[in-house]
Write a new protein. Structure first.
Ligand code: RB5
Length: 147
């Protein structure tokens, strides 16, 4: 049986429609979703949504975070300012699998203007299904944060 997870999700004005489809996908799969907005087309600033999602992951309130903006780039930059966050910006399922297996990513960034809903759905499924491999990869993660 698949594990039920708590997943925090946030988007800027580039991603409410994709966020809504992913929230539905995650809930249908039995996960608990902490939806932190935004939900409409009004312009907002992506760090205002990246930081609460990352804080939820860092505190343990959520196991994973998903962040959506137009390209995914701004969200990934904001997320990776958090010392406890490893955010992977993914545009295909191979990146999604490898960012879990090799980087132990705990946040997934997506670009709503770059990929479609079906690709995003497959990316999220691949991200959640993959397992961190540890071993040599842990040596590298241990070197990520500057002293
Ligand atoms: C908003 O227009 C856009 O800059 C934002 O969604 C994102 O793509 C930034 O990286």
């Amino acid at each position: 049986m698949k594990q039920s997870l708590t997943i925090a999700i946030g988007a800027d004005h580039g991603g409410p429609a994709l966020k809504a489809s992913l929230v539905a996908q995650l809930r249908a799969a039995g996960h608990t979703v902490l939806d932190m907005g935004t939900d409409g087309p009004a312009r907002v600033d992506y760090p205002d949504f990246a930081h609460p999602v990352c804080a939820a992951v860092e505190s343990g309130q959520a196991r994973f975070g998903i962040l959506i903006c137009g390209t995914g780039i701004g969200m990934s930059i904001a997320a990776n300012r958090h010392r406890g966050i490893r955010c992977g910006l993914c545009t295909d399922v191979t990146m999604a699998r490898l960012t879990r297996e090799h980087n132990d990513a705990n946040v997934l960034a997506l670009g709503a203007r770059i990929i479609g809903e079906a690709v995003a759905a497959d990316i999220v499924a691949a991200f959640l299904a993959a397992k961190y491999e540890g071993g040599r990869h842990q040596d590298r993660l241990d070197k990520l944060n500057p002293a």
